[in-house]
Design a protein around this ligand. Structure first.
Ligand SMILES: OC[C@H]1O[C@H](O[C@H]2O[C@H](CO)[C@@H](O)[C@H](O)[C@H]2O)[C@H](O)[C@@H](O)[C@@H]1O
Length: 586
């Protein structure tokens, strides 16, 4: 099927509401094109994060005047002068913010036995203060001067180049905050998202206008569920219901495809043009396409990949032979029915039904249970693969399952998108699938795919949210063998992240499956530190596993215990050298 078979009539009723004035500067148009193609900055995201000094209209007028004066061919210096004159520093719209509910010693720290890991838990809790941001009042008063989208409450950002909120990152950040007992900050972030759905109709990929037309994994409803599980505040959930339903409908209305007679869902973007934050990169990759139409289709595929959060990965490559061997120019995200998105929409419907049940709205309970059931039937009929013994993404172009490992293949376990009465059978098949793909062999965690393409969501990179999906999914499955593997992988992840932290005092956005304690790389920007979701997952697992995990337990290659021994040996040799030269060095 061609992606044009998507129901594009419904497009963008919501996207049309995305009428920020500053989009004329930051989302599309000649100014964006000219400045970004001049490559004034090493990271293309820098320019679109800079604030305007004049209004968008005045800036465009001045830009047109420059172009006219320079015969439409301004030099790089002319453009740099223009940017220096009409744009301010990036990131000045945000202030560092220490959340008022931050606690020095949250109770989770007392769950950790190993003294080094306990200190790490304290350090991670401290990092929330470094990642806290609040918007300056000027953003509220003059939103047209910024690419950042105004939100009323402080946020915790991922870190590094990611200085604004990101939608799916926030799920693991919010869970970490809840374990750190920062309930107000967590609720504030959820309220920001609710306000965005009320204003715009959907949640963009991240908190910038240039992410127009793409969302990310719809985890808002699950964020509310997490908050309720910690606080029992069902009134909050019930008050949010109308907005949660709206977001659910946004996905259903704009992401539906048909496969084997079932309605299923694909990641899909609705804007035009290259990604503003990676503009020249996309234009250059698109050079291979001859027509404007083909280039535009490529831009859509690429932005749909960003909507999935896995930007980028061989998971989305479909070449002419129908396999995943390829590169970014073969990206076909909109033709891949993604297991995670479907399981997540099923989960959304179930949670919305549960909140309606608390409110006593029986008709709505039936409505959402029915929606959940329909999605589940599609997942079972199209995505469950008896031969593989697991769920697999489905290729709409070649009408066949994609038998390539991605952690999201197991996401129905995490989101309970399977028939509980099949638990034993599913457990046996899924464990065989894990064995067949040798997924337990990696010292640094389970990689995102088994193919090394140089893209950041491929081998050997390994990501906290994906480890979370695997570990929590196996734990949910609940059979002794699945629980044992879940625990083993959780301990391995904690210890490997700890090794990286002990070596560098950094938490990374991604790690390296092949190297115990190694960080990730590849893709179009350097590895980032901070880092929101990595910290959130570790805080949750230190809480859940802190009594058992310690540096002498298996961490992949005997890692942490060996590291400790090596550092002790290191200290001993420094001492020996000091004695030999007759000086005391400490
Ligand atoms: O600028 C390139 C891309 O950066 C983002 O993607 C990556 O970081 C996000 C924040 O941690 C994360 O949510 C995403 O999964 C990462 O791949 C951004 O989301 C992309 O839209 C952007 O093109």
């Amino acid at each position: 099927r061609s992606p044009d078979a998507l129901n594009r009539n419904a497009i963008a009723k919501d996207v049309e509401q995305f009428n920020f004035e500053s989009c004329q500067i930051y989302c599309y148009g000649n100014l964006l094109h000219t400045i970004q193609m001049a490559k004034l900055y090493d990271d293309s995201k820098t320019f679109v994060d800079m604030k305007l000094i004049q209004s968008p209209a005045k800036t465009l007028e001045e830009f047109d005047a420059l172009m006219a004066a320079k015969n439409n061919t301004p030099s790089k210096e002319d453009l740099q002068t223009f940017v220096n004159t009409y744009f301010g520093e990036k990131g000045t719209e945000l202030e560092l913010y220490t959340p008022t509910d931050w606690k020095e010693h949250p109770a989770f720290v007392d769950q950790i036995t190993d003294p080094d890991l306990k200190q790490w838990g304290i350090d991670l809790n401290n990092i929330w203060k470094q990642l806290g941001r609040k918007m300056k009042d000027d953003v509220k008063n003059n939103p047209d001067y910024y690419s950042i989208i105004y939100v009323p409450n402080p946020v915790i950002i991922p870190g590094g180049r990611f200085i604004e909120f990101y939608y799916w990152d926030s799920y693991w950040i919010i869970r970490g905050l809840l374990y750190s007992e920062m309930y107000d900050t967590a609720r504030g972030m959820i309220e920001n998202f609710l306000s965005i759905v009320q204003r715009i109709g959907f949640i963009p990929n991240g908190g910038r206008v240039y992410y127009w037309g793409r969302s990310q994994m719809p985890l808002l409803t699950a964020m509310v569920k997490s908050y309720v599980d910690f606080t029992n505040d069902y009134v909050f959930a019930i008050n949010a219901l109308e907005t949660l339903e709206h977001e659910f409908e946004y996905f259903i209305n704009n992401h539906t495809v048909q496969a084997k007679g079932h309605d299923l869902y694909v990641y899909s973007d609705f804007s035009t043009g290259p990604r503003p934050e990676s503009y020249s990169e996309d234009v250059e990759t698109a050079r291979i396409f001859e027509t404007e139409e083909a280039k535009e289709a490529f831009y859509s595929e690429i932005k749909s990949g960003a909507e999935s959060g896995m930007d980028f990965s061989s998971r989305w490559f479909i070449n002419e032979n129908g396999t995943n061997v390829g590169n970014l120019s073969t990206i076909k995200t909109r033709s891949v029915v993604a297991v995670d998105l479907n399981a997540l929409l099923h989960w959304n419907a179930k949670i919305i039904a549960e909140f309606h049940s608390k409110a006593g709205n029986t008709e709505k309970v039936t409505e959402y249970e029915t929606k959940a059931q329909k999605i589940m039937e599609g997942i079972q009929a199209v995505l469950w693969n008896e031969e593989a013994g697991c769920w697999l993404d489905y290729d709409l172009i070649n009408e066949k399952p994609r038998d390539y490992f991605v952690p999201t293949n197991l996401s129905p376990l995490w989101m309970n998108a399977y028939n509980i009465s099949d638990t034993e059978k599913i457990s046996a098949s899924v464990l065989k699938y894990i064995e067949r793909n040798n997924l337990d062999q990696f010292p640094g965690g389970v990689p995102n795919t088994l193919y090394n393409t140089g893209e950041q969501w491929d081998m050997p990179n390994v990501w906290a949210p994906m480890q979370y999906i695997l570990v929590e999914g196996l734990s949910n499955l609940g059979t002794p063998a699945a629980k044992e593997l879940s625990k083993k992988w959780a301990h391995r992840w904690v210890l490997s992240n700890f090794k990286a932290y002990s070596d560098t005092f950094n938490m990374y956005e991604k790690y390296n499956a092949e190297e115990y304690g190694g960080h990730g790389g590849g893709g179009e920007y350097g590895v980032q530190t901070g880092f929101g979701w990595s910290n959130g997952v570790i805080i949750e697992w230190l809480t859940k596993h802190g009594r058992e995990v310690n540096q002498s337990t298996e961490g992949g290659g005997g890692g942490a215990a060996t590291t400790r021994l090596i550092s002790l040996l290191g200290v001993a040799s420094v001492a020996l050298v000091a004695i030999l030269v007759g000086r005391v060095v400490w």
